[in-house]
Structure formats: structure tokens, C-alpha cells
Design a protein. Structure first.
Length: 116
């Protein structure tokens, strides 16, 4: 299984250790405008902002281009608004682990968002 699929499955299962294991030691995650660097900060994100709400996600699409993968996810849960489509862009190292992840709400003008 590739790192992105492993990440998505582990996030859905709440398995923080499996998530952190697929990031490089110097990986960077940017979520909701905040950047987390390295395993320690990413673990903090996983235990805080990334798990603040109870959610379920549906994979709407995945686009793979060499070492960049973009996943479009619909997230539903007990957060304000109750539903959001997210664009998660992954950069992968030569060994397949994640070096960077940027998560943002999908913009209606995003050409990747063919499912809205």
C-alpha cells in the first residue's frame, strides 16, 4: 500500500502511530493556515487540531503525478457547518514516505474539484 492510502486509512482509524511512521523526520504539514514541522509537531497536530472533531471522510478523487498526490475528500462530522470538501496535497520522498502535506478547503474554482 502506498503512503497516501496508508495515511488516509490511518487517519480514518485514528491510528496516530501509523500516520507518523509514513512521514519523513523533517516532514511539514500545513493545515488551516498553521504549519507543523517534524514528527513531534505533527504528533501534536494529530492529537489536537486533526482530532478535535468526530468525523468521517469519503474519498472523492485522487490524482497522482510522479511524487505529488492530490486527494479530494469530503469530511462530515460534528464541527461547525458539518461538511467540508478538502484538498490534501502530498509530496513524496524517493522512498515513498510523505515529506509535505498541505490541507485546505476546496475552492469552487479548483479544476480538480469535478465532484461538486
Amino acid at each position: 500500500m502506498d503512503a497516501v492510502s496508508t495515511y488516509l486509512d490511518a487517519i480514518d482509524a485514528g491510528n496516530k502511530q501509523s500516520v507518523i511512521d509514513i512521514f519523513t523526520a523533517d516532514a511539514v504539514v500545513t493545515d488551516d493556515g498553521t504549519t507543523y514541522r517534524g514528527h513531534e509537531e505533527i504528533l501534536g497536530w494529530l492529537g489536537g487540531a486533526a482530532s478535535e472533531w468526530t468525523t468521517t471522510s469519503t474519498r472523492l478523487g485522487i490524482d497522482r503525478q510522479a511524487r505529488t498526490v492530490v486527494a479530494l475528500l469530503r469530511v462530515e462530522g460534528n464541527f461547525p457547518g458539518g461538511r467540508v470538501d478538502l484538498r490534501s496535497e502530498f509530496a513524496l520522498a524517493d522512498d515513498g514516505r510523505i515529506t509535505a502535506l498541505t490541507i485546505r478547503a476546496v475552492d469552487a474554482s479548483d479544476p480538480f474539484d469535478a465532484h461538486r
